[in-house]
Write a protein of this length. Structure first.
Length: 472
């Protein structure tokens, strides 16, 4: 099977984009070699089939493109290399086609370079119309607005029209907006990364920017307002008003951004809720659930029509913790087809098992977990923990003891398990074992309860606390 850069690029394209790529290859302006077109047609045909891997070989491709020539591995590799470079040119052209305002500022630049001063005013007028039509008010908008204002200024200079009515104010304003917005975005990422890994370096002018934002309202620029409040949820998490304002801003202005940026913005809101829940503020579990429903309703969570297995799992888990059983049941079924095909059955089966565990259908849990494949270490860990809890609920002492032993060995021997996850699950099993096998009276229960409260890294802590309370 051929599995090089060019094939990977093709597989990343939508059906529409593949058609555009073929048209690009067929254009004499970009390509005059028919063998490139024939090879691309073969690849597009083969990769559209569900079982293409065994048939997509060098020899079969060569025989299709050059039926009368003997196979040459060197020439074939050169062919693919040249086609990949041509495909990269397509990606650049396609990007400009998708972002018309980029093309307009580039066109204005070309007119200035060629001193087409009598034609330039019409280009300027058309460019401004494109800005009015452009749906988003994101970083790209302000970046291209700045470039456009610079080109307008060049035109005014060429025409000797510099006066008190020049456009320097507009250019400066666009540049300031672009600069402040991107500084905020990068600083949010920096603060976010600090919560996971050790980062320490100065962010140039960030203190001055934050002081400016405290003193001057930017409510007329939603992008800045949104990222400023995202930053405040990261740096001042205990003041809920930042999160509440962020929610309102997202509801009011989210359509001003491309889907990829919408996912980032909502992702910050989701992570804030998760952090607050982990700190013990369970009211944010409902906030998180509402955000999940909102991004599902607006299709923000979908990336090219698919939902990630991790989002599928997190949404299911949040709904189950809130006892939204009917909603979760419908969600699991409705979004199964939107999971990536490679992970679909495993994700569906695992989450259906989780649903059955919460509704206390334990026989179905064990049946479903038998169908979960354990190639992914996280499914493996979570499935084993769910099975332990199922045995606990059913009072299956022998099965529980056996799985505790085998799971402990698995955690210590499997090198794919991170130290963080190993600690979480080992602590979980320690508490579970004591709770099931060694509990004798309220005094021991209180000791276990205190131990659970003082253990900071432990899986399924809420469930363990529920089981402790049931024994009092």
């Amino acid at each position: 099977m051929i599995n090089n850069k060019f094939i990977q690029l093709i597989l990343s394209l939508s059906s529409f984009e593949k058609k555009q790529l073929l048209l690009f290859f067929q254009s004499p302006f970009y390509n005059k070699k028919n063998e490139y077109i024939a090879c691309l047609e073969f690849f597009l045909d083969m990769t559209s089939q569900s079982q293409y891997s065994t048939d997509l070989t060098k020899q079969k491709t060569w025989a299709y493109v050059f039926p009368k020539k003997p196979f040459s591995d060197l020439k074939f590799r050169r062919l693919l290399s040249d086609m990949y470079k041509l495909a990269e040119e397509f990606m650049k052209a396609y990007h400009f086609k998708q972002h018309i305002i980029k093309g307009q500022s580039a066109l204005l630049h070309e007119y200035n370079e060629r001193s087409l001063n009598k034609l330039t005013p019409q280009v300027i007028s058309n460019t401004k119309k494109e800005y009015e039509r452009y749906a988003h008010r994101d970083s790209l908008f302000y970046q291209e607005q700045y470039y456009t204002e610079v080109e307008i200024n060049k035109h005014l200079q060429q025409e000797s029209q510099r006066s008190g009515n020049n456009n320097l104010k507009q250019a400066t304003r666009a540049l300031d907006t672009f600069f402040i917005l991107n500084k905020l975005k990068l600083y949010c990422e920096y603060i976010n990364y600090q919560k996971v890994i050790s980062l320490k370096y100065d962010i140039f002018l960030i203190d001055e920017i934050l002081l400016h934002l405290k003193q001057v309202s930017h409510s007329h620029i939603p992008a800045i307002e949104i990222y400023y409040n995202i930053l405040l949820t990261l740096t001042d998490p205990d003041d809920r008003k930042h999160f509440d304002l962020l929610k309102k801003l997202l509801v009011a202005h989210i359509n001003l951004f491309e889907l990829s940026e919408q996912r980032i913005m909502y992702g910050y809101a989701q992570n804030y809720c998760i952090r607050m829940v982990n700190k013990g503020d369970v009211i944010f579990l409902k906030e998180l659930f509402d955000i999940f429903k909102e991004v599902l309703d607006k299709k923000v969570i979908l990336n090219k029509g698919t939902i990630s297995p991790w989002d599928y799992k997190n949404i299911t888990s949040t709904g189950l913790r809130l006892q939204e059983y009917d909603w979760v049941s419908s969600f699991i079924a409705d979004y199964k087809a939107k999971l990536p095909e490679l992970f679909r059955q495993n994700a569906y089966t695992y989450n259906w098992a989780r649903y059955n565990f919460y509704v206390k259908n334990y026989d179905e849990v064990m049946k479903q977990l038998q169908n979960v494949t354990y190639e992914d270490v996280f499914y493996n860990l979570d499935s084993k923990a769910m099975l332990l809890k199922t045995y606990y609920e059913l009072g299956e002492s022998e099965a529980l003891s056996s799985l505790l032993s085998s799971f402990k060995i698995f955690l210590h021997r499997n090198k794919l398990v991170s130290e963080h996850h190993r600690t979480n699950y080992v602590n979980f099993m320690i508490i579970l074992k004591r709770l099931y096998f060694k509990t004798r009276g309220k005094a021991q229960l209180n000791r276990i309860k205190d131990e659970l409260k003082n253990t900071h890294h432990i899986a399924d802590a809420n469930w363990l606390m529920e089981k402790i309370k049931e024994k009092f």
